[in-house]
Design a binder for this molecule. Structure first.
Ligand code: PLP
Length: 362
């Protein structure tokens, strides 16, 4: 599948060696300047979208008088081609948050149970609660994987792989066995927002399993590796009946023309995505070394953020870091002694390390 080819060893090596690409990456407003605050709190990609994506978005401004139908069909077709599925197995969303909301609306409600790991990205559970569902939180295992054996009896189950905020993965064999074991009456939404950052051989995307699992929905986003968080673009892959059930909850024309054009061009620019992955990985290795020098460890990270294990409560540190102009992730009540930090540029991470060393020594 092209999606896997995107990160084959061969293409990765080619991208890593491509100094010309590095030079072509535009300096974005997002990158920190010494005067500005450093935002390491939302798992954004500090390097910005593909230059081809930027051009496509600028060009798309000319088309704003028109509704987005044609472009919408074109992106659905691109996504279908990428994953080797039919376009009727793709739904586009106004960010993958939109997909999560649609799933909660379509599959939960009063008298129905939604199961989520804890901690995780909270949005789908909040939507399910709004729909009147009972939400059950299942703590992660000691290895910070999903405790899948305890996530079996809901109408809808959320699996976040890699998981936000821990950046850990649930291994592929366990996830496969789990999907095979579930009754068809339980729908599983696997959120693969951070898919492109994973390097572990123990991980796989479950998109190929959609063919054999009518109760599986897989969500992806353009907000992370494609650096389009502000535009709002995402999608889901599932069997046609599940896609129709999601669509019944959605407004018409959920994605705008600028986001659609940027998403199409970004999907095609695989080298740019590879470069973002390589930079993230290099900076993460550097950060782990710096933290170790100060006596701190982080959980094994398979994403564009890390979970640092503290020696005390995170809450006061979040505030102290902010006073120093460094914004780090929020409190996750299930892990009050851990700090989630997005991997920014090397300059941003140097500022993080300097501020972190100051606040832990005061
Ligand atoms: N899923 C996970 C696991 C996330 O961490 C996030 C955002 O951080 C989202 C979904 C939402 O992404 P989007 O910007 O596509 O709505």
């Amino acid at each position: 599948m092209q999606d896997n080819l995107l990160f084959s060893r061969r293409t990765f090596a080619r991208a890593v060696g491509a100094g010309a690409i590095l030079a072509a990456v535009p300096k974005l407003a997002l990158a920190a300047t010494p005067q500005s605050d450093v935002r390491l709190n939302a798992n954004e990609n500090p390097y910005g979208p593909s230059p081809a994506g930027m051009r496509a978005m600028t060009d798309a401004l000319r088309t704003v008088p028109r509704y987005p139908d044609d472009l919408s069909e074109a992106l659905r077709s691109d996504v279908a081609h990428l994953h080797g599925v039919n376009p009727n197995q793709v739904i586009l969303g106004d960010g993958s948050s939109d997909i999560l909301r649609l799933a909660a609306a379509a599959y939960t409600g009063p008298g129905k149970k939604m199961i989520v790991p804890d901690p995780t990205f909270e949005s789908i559970a909040l939507h399910a609660a709004t729909c009147g569902a009972e939400v059950t939180k299942v703590p992660l295992t000691a290895a910070y994987t999903h405790d899948l054996d305890k996530m079996t009896d809901g109408a809808l189950v959320y699996v976040c792989n890699p998981n936000n905020p821990t950046a850990t993965i649930t291994p592929k064999a366990a996830l496969r066995a789990y999907l095979d074991s579930l009754p068809r009456t339980t729908t599983v939404l696997v959120d693969e927002a951070y898919h492109h950052y994973v390097t572990s051989p123990d991980y796989e995307s479950v998109i190929p399993l959609v063919a054999t699992h009518p109760n599986l929905i897989v969500a992806r986003t353009f907000s992370k590796i494609y650096a389009m968080a502000g535009l709002r673009a995402g999608y889901a892959i599932a069997q046609p009946e599940a896609i129709e059930r999601l669509r019944a909850q959605q407004q018409f024309d959920a994605m705008n023309v600028v986001a659609l054009a940027g998403a199409r061009a970004s999907l095609a620019d695989t080298d740019h995505a590879l470069l973002a992955r390589k930079r993230n990985s290099d900076t993460k290795v550097w950060l782990a070394g710096e933290l170790r020098k100060s006596g701190y460890e982080m959980l094994p990270s398979e994403a564009n953020f890390v979970m640092i294990q503290l020696k005390g409560e995170v809450k006061p540190l979040i505030a102290q870091m902010r006073m120093k102009g460094v914004h780090v992730g929020r409190l996750f009540p299930a892990m009050p002694r851990s700090m989630r930090v997005t991997i920014g540029t090397p300059e941003e991470m140097q500022r993080f390390v300097d501020a972190f060393r100051t606040v832990i020594s005061t």
